[in-house]
Design a protein around this ligand. Structure first.
Ligand SMILES: Cc1cc2nc3c(=O)[nH]c(=O)nc-3n(C[C@H](O)[C@H](O)[C@H](O)COP(=O)(O)OP(=O)(O)OC[C@H]3O[C@@H](n4cnc5c(N)ncnc54)[C@H](O)[C@@H]3O)c2cc1C
Length: 395
């Protein structure tokens, strides 16, 4: 488990925090109003080599250790002040990770370089029938002469309106019970259409929408992992995304703590700074406790994920649950401390609305609990295989 950043990781953390302050944070309100991803900041990140940190050097990346990327991400999350942008970053990095871990050499050669440069990625699981119960997905793939013809529709997919590449979950006809397969799909393939951004309460800077496939033919060598065995790579990508929610949430709370500490000293009520009132002190300390709990649980879970610990999936669910429930509580504390100023349209109320979305994205709180329960009670191997990692059941 990581305890301290190395000097190089510390440097990366500060570099990306500064970068986020000078790009993402300055543009957040405008992009939120427009309901668009901050493409300018995304390009700046790309030019600085941010995505290369997530990829080992042997595949064209710069990463010596995945913790380098995590240090940079933590800096980014600390300076960005825009949770939507960070959700898009997590979705993109999940696809990168999936290709690094499970891609064939050919897939890595074809997709990693564009994804470290300009291309944007999604992971598409959810359909209108429901996101928690993966067994209900209906998107189907039928073998044809030159690959698989896929038909179906995904919805609520982060980055879909702007994505160039996606990892997409479908069922392959004729395989029987174990038919769930991941395909690497590209926007330019005939028969694939990315929908417009869905109107959401928050996270408006993270374009989220549908992917519709109508007999879109995907080559057989674009299957990630092996045919009918899509759950393993999907579990891995999902666990990775979940723990990054934790890394991001704790770092996002960092500057809120600083703002709150300044505000409670300046703001007067009943002839003293509000910092002197015990109920206010309680909120400030809860904010710090939430941040530190999320941070250390997430470091531990990531350490387990990277070293293949048998309970890594449950730890990632614990981190995700702590992060998203904690983020909601933290933003409520900040709003309460700032009073009406916090409730007005602006960064604090925006963060509170954005935080609510993190409770649903990446699996709901109930699904994290289900996953933790199945791992902890040590269900028989077969049942565990079917449900343990995501709380999703394949029946
Ligand atoms: C901001 C945002 C970004 C997203 N990005 C993506 C993405 O990139 N890719 C993607 O595939 N999806 C994405 N989603 C969709 C998300 O993964 C799903 O919304 C989520 O999995 C829940 O699915 P659902 O909304 O269909 O709710 P349902 O699955 O229909 O569940 C409805 C309610 O029932 C509860 N429930 C269901 N089953 C059980 C059970 N067995 N026990 C207890 N409670 C249960 C759920 O917890 C929930 O409260 C995103 C969602 C949001 C909000």
């Amino acid at each position: 488990m990581r305890m301290e950043w190395t000097p190089e990781q510390d440097r990366l953390r500060h570099e990306y925090e500064e970068l986020a302050r000078s790009t993402v944070a300055l543009r957040a309100a405008e992009c939120y109003q427009a309901g668009t991803l901050d493409h300018h900041s995304w390009e700046t990140l790309t030019e600085c080599g941010f995505w290369r940190l997530a990829v080992p050097a042997k595949y064209g990346g710069a990463g010596t250790s995945y913790w380098d990327f995590v240090a940079a991400l933590e800096g980014l999350a600390s300076g960005a002040g825009d949770l939507g942008f960070l959700l898009s970053v997590i979705a993109h990095s999940g696809t990168l990770r999936g290709l690094v871990e499970f891609g064939t050499d050919c897939q890595r050669r074809r997709h990693l370089e564009p994804l470290m440069a300009k291309a944007i990625a999604s992971t598409a699981i959810t359909e209108a029938s429901g996101g928690s119960d993966v067994a209900r997905i209906r998107t189907g793939a039928v073998a044809v002469a030159n690959g698989y013809a896929i038909t179906g529709q995904k919805c609520h997919i982060t980055n879909a309106p702007i994505a160039d590449i996606a990892l997409l979950l479908a069922r392959v006809a004729g395989l029987g019970r174990r038919d769930i397969t991941i395909f690497v799909i590209e926007r330019t393939t005939p028969g694939i259409e990315m929908g417009p951004p869905e109107p959401m309460l928050g996270n408006r800077t993270s374009p989220t929408g549908s992917i519709t496939l109508q007999n879109a033919v995907i080559a057989a060598d674009e299957i990630l992992g092996s045919i009918g065995n899509g759950l393993e790579p999907m579990y891995s990508v999902i666990s990775h995304d979940r723990v990054l929610y934790g890394i991001v949430a704790a770092a996002f709370i960092d500057p809120l703590v600083d703002q709150v500490l300044r505000f409670v000293e300046q703001r007067q009520a009943f002839r003293s700074p509000i910092a002197e009132h015990q109920y206010v002190q309680g909120r400030v300390t809860d904010l710090v406790i939430l941040r530190d709990t999320i941070r250390w649980v997430s470091y531990g879970a990531l350490g387990r994920l990277l070293t293949g610990h048998p309970e890594a999936s449950a730890s990632c669910s614990v981190a995700k649950l702590a992060a998203c429930e904690g983020l909601c509580q933290a933003t409520q504390h900040v709003m309460a401390i700032f009073g009406h100023i916090g409730y007005m349209a602006g960064p604090i109320s925006r963060a509170a609305a954005d935080a609510l979305g993190t409770r649903i994205a990446g699996g709901t709180a109930e699904m994290q609990r289900k996953n933790i329960f199945h791992q902890v009670v040590g269900r028989p191997a077969k049942a565990q295989e079917a449900t343990c990692h995501t709380g999703f059941a394949q029946t």
